[in-house]
Write a protein that binds this ligand. Structure first.
Ligand SMILES: C[S@@+](CC[C@H](N)C(=O)[O-])C[C@H]1O[C@@H](n2cnc3c(N)ncnc32)[C@H](O)[C@@H]1O
Length: 277
């Protein structure tokens, strides 16, 4: 029996799983060793304990550019230029580095500034030029700064806008309290549902990134619905965990698309952006 015939005979027999075991074991061991290596390095080099920051892989960044291009109906070349813009905004980067180094929570924050999927939020704001953005969930204010930065660029091109950022924690948003970013940010402290009910201007772009339980996310989208301007876009940061925004889109006659990010050199599997329009 030649080699090929022998292998086929084994593949048909009960011995097949035993024969394939070493190859399967090596594959999974190589994968797990890579994850362990990245995890160990992160444990000793990062200080973050939640809301992790990282860069995206090149492929994930490119997929993000196409996601924004399709959902916001702008050429992908234009979106890539927006992504370059935020990544090369040295004024914002230096502000975040300095403010992080001086903050009370500096012991739990990394010095290096990495925006992950927030560069997509930036590109969406640049592409759609909203007059009023609402962001629920602020934490340090990294996303708020990114959104404010896009709004300032829009204003310089004749399309001004503001972001209302809602958080239940009175200490949230310290990165977004410096000028020029603070000039377009309204920080509101309180439960997001009550704060959404109190909004007194139509919302062009809404981003859910607060309490990520299914019930709270659903309540936010239901509560903001009567506050939306015609053609408003809805974003969720929770799209890898729940199907809330997709269900809301179906109920309200919108389209929906999800992007899943891939962090570079990080153990965390990543989050994503869900967009309904
Ligand atoms: C994931 S963090 C937000 C991250 C932020 N958008 C960013 O770009 O880094 C979640 C935030 O939601 C806030 N939060 C939790 N429950 C909330 C609620 N019911 N209303 C408003 N904010 C809430 C937390 O205090 C926390 O700061």
């Amino acid at each position: 029996m030649d080699g090929t015939k022998f292998r086929r005979a084994i593949a048909r027999s009960r011995l097949a799983p035993v024969a394939a075991f070493p190859k399967r074991f090596l594959r999974v061991a190589r994968h797990d060793a890579r994850v362990l290596n990245v995890s160990a390095r992160w444990l000793f080099t990062s200080r973050e304990h939640h809301n992790y920051t990282y860069d995206l892989t090149r492929l994930s960044r490119e997929h993000l550019a196409w996601f924004v291009s399709v959902t916001c109906e702008v050429p992908v070349k234009q979106v890539r230029a927006y992504l370059d813009e935020i990544e090369h905004d040295d004024t914002l980067r230096q502000h975040i580095e300095r403010a992080t180094a001086a903050a009370d929570r500096r012991g739990l924050a990394d010095r290096r500034v990495r925006y992950a999927r927030r560069i997509g939020w930036y590109a969406i704001v640049r592409a759609t030029r909203p007059g009023h953005v609402v962001e629920t969930g602020v934490d340090k204010g990294l996303g708020t700064c990114v959104i404010a930065s896009a709004l300032l660029r829009n204003a310089a091109e004749g399309a001004p806008g503001r972001v209302t950022s809602l958080d239940i924690n009175p200490e949230a948003g310290y990165l977004a309290k410096a000028e020029p970013w603070a000039t377009v940010v309204d920080l509101v402290i309180g439960d997001s549902i009550a704060s959404i009910k109190a909004l007194d201007r139509p919302v062009d772009l809404f981003l859910h990134d607060s309490n990520h339980s299914t019930g709270h996310e659903r309540r936010e989208f239901q509560t903001v619905e009567p506050k939306l301007a015609p053609g408003a876009r809805l974003l969720t940061d929770n799209v890898t965990v729940t199907n809330v925004l997709a269900e809301h889109a179906e109920k309200t006659g919108r389209r929906f698309l999800a992007y899943r990010e891939t962090p570079a050199r990080h153990w965390y599997p990543g989050d994503g952006i869900g967009l309904a329009w």
